[in-house]
Design a protein around this ligand. Structure first.
Ligand code: HEC
Ligand code: HEC
Length: 289
């Protein structure tokens, strides 16, 4: 063994340092996006309705985007042609949150079927609409459920609850089956956890509402965990990094990729040096003798 092997290898140290820094960055990014996510989820209907500024903004938005169908003060209008809609007084924050998040509202034609679309409002505007509609009939209707900790809920228990309560309409793989003649229940493969939870509590369209008497808050998390589990299992992307957001997932992928590349390059470099070394030594020896 030559003394060479015992000497510190600056390239390896540098590589490890760079990897360390990149991983550190990924963790920080993950934390930041995580904090953002929880900040967005808090502020349930009742709390939002206390915010006068938000209610005022909501009233404006409601006037320009919703009142033409849902009427003044959300009292509802008979459906005639493309206009009209049910009363929203006491519909509950969960329903408004779900309808806006999944782009089902605002509809363009009241005769259309409810359909998922990209969300048309900003986070703040959605909260403003919730605040306004909530204060029309405070405390009535299901509030936005708290889904914190759903990742730790038991998916096996969730499967049982799903089988009892949801499978008939959404199918065993949550990809949807026909309900009745016209309504095809939505594919659950695109709903995120908060949309799942608000849908369960509010019952969009012909789907029944599941109150706390049918599914407790804990059971709500278990069903959510099961549907998310189904989805992750079917996801084409391969690995999933649990609760981390898309930003950091992409980032981790880049870091891992770059890291692997660096290690491979390092090893290749090391190998070729090892191969060269004896030759050089031999030449040197020849010269000396
Ligand atoms: C073009 C008419 C139209 C517009 C505009 C519209 N809606 Fe609706 N909305 C409807 C109809 C019709 C339904 C009932 C759909 C169904 O159940 O099939 C409905 C249902 C809803 C529900 C669910 C009600 C329930 O009892 O479950 C909510 C919440 C809602 N709308 C909120 C809104 C909000 C908020 C806006 C404005 C951003 C809006 N809608 C704009 C027509 C409209
Ligand atoms: C009677 C049939 C029926 C049952 C039972 C039912 N659903 Fe639904 N569900 C529907 C229909 C129909 C829709 C589409 C509603 C619409 O028109 O927007 C839907 C929509 C949804 C959505 C929204 C999907 C999206 O991405 O927009 C979710 C999430 C959902 N259901 C979850 C559940 C869960 C979880 C259960 C069991 C606790 C359940 N449903 C039970 C019929 C049902």
């Amino acid at each position: 063994m030559s003394t060479d092997a015992l000497r510190p290898r600056p390239r390896l140290v540098r590589t490890l340092l760079v990897l360390g820094v990149l991983l550190g960055l990924a963790v920080v990014l993950d934390l930041v996006s995580g904090v953002g996510a929880t900040a967005q989820e808090e502020g349930k209907g009742a709390e939002l309705a206390q915010d006068e500024e938000l209610v005022e903004r909501g009233a404006e938005l409601f006037g320009s985007h919703c009142a033409l169908c849902h009427g003044e003060l959300g009292r509802g209008l008979p459906i005639e042609g493309p206009r009209g809609g049910p009363s929203l007084q006491g519909v509950g924050a969960a329903s408004v949150d779900f309808m806006i998040r999944t782009g089902r509202m605002p509809m363009t034609n009241a005769q259309d079927r409810l359909e998922r679309h990209p969300q048309r409002f900003s986070e703040t505007d959605r909260r403003a609409l919730i605040a306004y509609i909530e204060q029309l009939a405070p405390g009535e209707g299901p509030d936005i459920p708290d889904i914190e900790g759903w990742e730790d809920a038991d998916p096996a228990r969730g499967l049982e609850l799903y089988t009892t309560n949801c499978v008939a309409c959404h199918g065993p793989t949550a990809q949807g089956v026909a309900v009745g003649q016209q309504d095809v229940s939505s594919d659950l493969q695109v709903a995120d956890p908060i949309e799942l939870a608000t849908a369960i509590r509010s019952g969009p369209g012909v789907m029944p509402r599941f109150g706390r008497d049918v599914l407790t808050d804990n059971e709500l998390l278990q069903v959510t965990a099961w549907v998310m589990h189904l989805r992750e299992r079917d996801e084409p992307g391969g690995w999933s990094f649990g609760r981390s957001g898309t930003v950091s997932e992409g980032f981790i992928a880049v870091v891992l990729g770059l890291g692997l590349l660096t290690v491979v390059m390092y090893l290749l470099g090391e190998r070729s040096r090892d191969e060269e070394a004896p030759g050089v030594d031999e030449e040197a020896r020849h010269e000396r003798t």
